[in-house]
Ligand binder design. Structure first.
Ligand code: DQA
Length: 145
């Protein structure tokens, strides 16, 4: 199974940005951790990150025909990107939305996800382990297909 992990704006600043919310682990360390976890789950993963909405849309479009599943943390775009929602719906690849923080216990505007309706599920509040949970969710879902 091939899974593409897509990270949105400022996720590359993990370990620097608001550590009390997003943790001390930096982006490179997170990628290494996710690759190790994926290997144990026998998943083939690629990880990409962009601060640009259109590039995130490109990544979703390019996944078509190449990946069995997508794990996406659209970051701030979660709350307003119809373009990302449309791209997820267009490629129709089983996708899971992940948020490192618990978006439901923060500011009001973070409670609304515009992009989640394009996903089979959403995970938030478990730190970077949420991506591993999403991998397990996708494996379970893809096996049933
Ligand atoms: C985030 C939550 C978003 O509200 C925020 O804009 C982010 C990160 C998370 O992973 O918790 O940049 O997606």
């Amino acid at each position: 199974m091939k899974i593409l992990i897509i990270n949105g704006p400022n996720i590359n600043l993990l370990g620097i940005r608001e550590k009390h919310i997003y943790g001390k682990i930096n982006y490179e360390e997170m990628c290494k951790y996710l690759k190790e976890k994926a290997e144990k789950l026998k998943l083939n993963i690629d990880i990409v990150q962009s601060n640009i909405e259109g590039e995130l849309v490109d990544h979703i479009q390019e996944a078509y025909g190449k990946y069995d599943g997508i794990i996406i943390n659209p970051a701030a775009y979660t709350h307003y990107s119809i373009a990302i929602l449309d791209a997820l719906k267009a490629v129709d690849i089983p996708s899971v939305e992940v948020h490192i923080s618990n978006v439901n216990s923060r500011e009001e505007f973070r409670k609304r996800s515009v992009t989640a309706p394009g996903c089979i599920g959403q995970i938030c509040g478990f730190g970077i382990y949420g991506y591993v949970m999403a991998m397990m969710g996708l494996i379970n879902d893809l096996k049933q297909e």
